[in-house]
Design a protein. Structure first.
Length: 415
């Protein structure tokens, strides 16, 4: 990075800080446009459906295409297998020739493997390799601007919602982690929730400690707001005890007690798989509370992980819980799903075969591919939430090699 590029990045951060949160991206893209002598710069943010990009703009006129909220406009660009989709999937800068009118550069906006969107830059001349590397670094910096400013405004969340949320969906979304994907040297994970027409209370969660990865997938009984409130109590209890540093059995026992005492629906319960993976050894402790068994993909086979049986959380206040263990090997993939992936018409999906079909995909792509398969069989509207969490274990197979926010050595090689 030369002094000029450093000055540009410094200016980007300063302009973002001086602008209002809703104007931060516009201020930064203005700086980028000036620094690159660009004809135009746009932010395309990933839609919450995982199947489109959204161009967010601010226009005083009413003729701009797409959804509107006052002067804010959101233009949805559905995935069609074209260059925008492939740039996001393959996490590599792409140049689209524009004939006599210059070219367009697409650069992934990514942070620790989380695909936030694309930076679209129209240039008068085709850039060289050094310029493309500079654009990639600039897009990476923009990721942090988006992450920081979306904490202070609903603009980005509004833009990403191509369909309105119900109250239960709003509650459910607040229970999910801020980032659905995380890459590290020893693992990569990604989660996905495909909601039912009436939200079914599914959640997934994770947290990375210094030497431990904590994961969970839960499914609250019922549908709608009551289910979302039961899920809130369950997830809140699990997070509270996890953050105190207690083990899986204690997490389950305290959440079980909280649900039996405080759930406002008689007989409310939550099924769950709780996990704790030691990052230095691959020792994986799992606790199954009345849930669908996790699946382990290893050496071309996908098999259920056998664990001690436990009742769901919330049924019996004094119930004890037992956990089991599996030793992860480099190349293993651990998959945790909810019963929405197995119930009703979704049961027609051969899950082990489907997991093998997508074994070559990065978890970021694999969760969406598996969700698409469920929708193709049981959709377009699901009777129950379908949720999944995929964890790839690398172990000691080398450190993460990050290029502009993504481990490009492990990206999906095909859509």
């Amino acid at each position: 990075m030369d002094d000029n590029e450093e000055a540009v990045l410094t200016g980007m951060l300063q302009s973002a800080e001086e602008a209002a949160p809703v104007e931060a991206v516009q201020a930064v893209t203005g700086k980028i446009s000036k620094a690159l002598n660009a004809l135009g710069v746009s932010l395309l943010i990933a839609d919450l459906s995982g199947r489109a990009l959204v161009r967010l703009t601010h226009h005083a006129t009413t003729g701009h295409p797409g959804r509107r909220q006052g002067a804010e406009a959101a233009e949805v660009l559905p995935f069609d297998g074209g260059p925008h989709e492939q740039t996001l999937r393959q996490q590599a800068v792409r140049v689209l020739p524009g004939g006599d009118e210059g070219c367009t550069v697409l650069a992934p906006i990514t942070e620790r493997g989380e695909a936030i969107g694309l930076l679209e830059i129209d240039l008068p001349d085709e850039p060289d390799a050094a310029m493309l590397a500079r654009i990639a670094r600039t897009a990476h910096a923009l990721a942090f601007v988006v992450i920081a400013n979306r904490r202070h405004t609903d603009l980005f969340e509004w833009g990403q919602r191509s369909t309105p949320f119900t109250l239960s969906a709003e509650i459910q979304r607040r229970l999910l982690p801020a980032s659905f994907t995380c890459e590290a040297s020893t693992f990569a994970l990604s989660g996905w929730l495909e909601p039912a027409a009436s939200v079914g209370g599914d959640t997934f969660d994770y947290s990375v400690a210094r030497d431990v990865l904590h994961v969970s997938v839960t499914d609250a009984m019922g549908h709608g707001v009551a289910s979302a409130l039961t899920a809130t109590l369950g997830v809140g209890s699990l997070r509270n005890i996890r953050r105190r540093g207690d083990n899986l059995v204690t997490q389950a026992e305290v959440a079980n007690q909280a649900l039996t005492e405080h759930a406002n629906v008689r007989g409310a319960y939550v099924t769950a798989v709780l996990g704790r993976i030691e990052l230095t050894t691959g020792r994986c402790e799992l606790l199954n509370a009345g849930h669908v068994p996790p699946m382990l993909v290893r050496d071309g086979r996908a098999t259920p992980v056998e664990l001690p049986a436990n009742f769901p959380l919330g049924l019996f206040p004094d119930e004890g819980f037992r956990s089991g263990e599996v030793s992860l090997l480099p190349g293993d993939r651990l998959v945790i799903v909810t019963d929405g992936m197995r119930d009703r018409n979704a049961a027609d999906l051969d899950l082990p075969a489907a997991l093998l079909r997508i074994s070559h995909l990065h978890p970021r792509e694999a969760v969406r591919a598996l969700s698409d398969e469920v929708l193709a069989i049981a959709g377009p509207v699901l009777a129950d939430d379908a949720t999944l969490l995929i964890i790839d274990w690398y172990g000691g197979q080398g450190s993460r090699s990050s290029t502009a926010g993504a481990d490009t050595a492990r990206v999906s090689t095909s859509p």
